[in-house]
Design a binder for this molecule. Structure first.
Ligand SMILES: [Mg+2]
Length: 291
């Protein structure tokens, strides 16, 4: 019988709950609308933007490419603050439930006396909103949180896991991380941890090779006695169609920006928006063109 891990470290977004597409993405769009900005991140664009770890970094990356110049810090901070308010409101309204098996496993691991903690790129306020609403037992079950504010570099950098290991005072080989995304797996593996993957809706189409270093991959944590249907991205179902690349009518400007110089697949996997150099190749890319 394999030894139990000495501690469990939980990612939040996509792992505890499907927060990305239904939470963070919608909150960004509400923040854009509140600010009178014409942008709307549809699902396909957001899936590509997720290659950038951290909401603030994702926003800044988008603004740089959409505007053709670095955004003012004040604009980034104002949009991020508005987005966080909208995200918190969505969570408090109960829009984002825990994924199957999350509550069960956290409770069982806690009952077994195994320490658990959070390691996420999300802001502390967003984590708190989700846990207070969906997992009020977190105060007894989760020892501490390492959030985006606590590290210099967010995932895929291993910094958050390094902080957690230091607090646990455990060698990385005895600690298991639970992640849903390629960035998360990369961060945990770089810190020396074993990783259990439960892919989320937002990471379902990430290449399988990005998860090859995980110790195991499950559709979801599930309930041992329940008949749980396979997730939409399960190998038991037909593969979903890949997201369109810059073809949404909601993102016409970015399509324009990128149509002259489409990304090679390898580059696209790391850089969701094409390099700024392609802007100059496209005469249709005019300021104010709606996204
Ligand atoms: Mg995640």
């Amino acid at each position: 019988m394999a030894a139990l891990p000495a501690a469990l470290l939980w990612d939040v977004d996509g792992t505890l709950a499907e927060t990305e597409l239904q939470g963070h993405r919608r909150a960004f769009n509400r923040a854009f609308a509140d600010a009178g900005l014409p942008w709307h991140w549809d699902r396909s664009l957001y899936l590509q933007l997720l290659a950038i770890g951290g909401g603030r970094e994702r926003l800044r990356y988008f603004l740089e490419r959409a505007n053709g110049q670095s955004p003012a810090d004040a604009q980034v901070e104002a949009l991020q603050a508005s987005k966080t308010r909208h995200y918190t409101a969505l969570v408090q309204a109960g829009a984002l439930g825990l994924r199957p098996g999350v509550r069960r496993l956290i409770g069982e691991v806690a009952a077994a006396g195994i320490p658990q903690a959070i390691v996420t790129t999300s802001a502390r306020r967003a984590v708190q909103a989700l846990l207070e609403r969906q997992l009020p037992e977190h105060r007894q079950w989760l020892g501490f949180w390492v959030c985006g504010e606590d590290v210099q570099r967010k995932k895929p950098a291993p910094d958050g896991y390094a902080v957690a290991l230091e607090r646990l005072a455990l060698p990385p080989g005895r600690v298991l991380a639970i992640e849903d995304s390629a960035n998360g797996v990369q961060a945990a593996v770089a810190a020396g941890l074993g990783v259990l993957v439960t892919r989320s809706a937002s990471s379902a189409l990430e290449p399988a090779a990005a998860f090859a270093s995980a110790a195991a991959e499950l559709d979801q944590l599930g309930e041992p006695q329940a008949a749980v249907p396979p997730a939409p991205w399960s190998p038991l179902r037909p593969s979903p169609a890949p997201p369109p690349n810059w073809t949404s009518s909601e993102n016409r400007r970015l399509r324009c920006l990128c149509s002259a110089a489409p990304l090679a697949p390898a580059a696209a996997s790391r850089s969701p928006i094409c390099s700024s150099s392609c802007v100059s190749h496209d005469p249709a890319a005019t300021p104010g063109h709606p996204i």
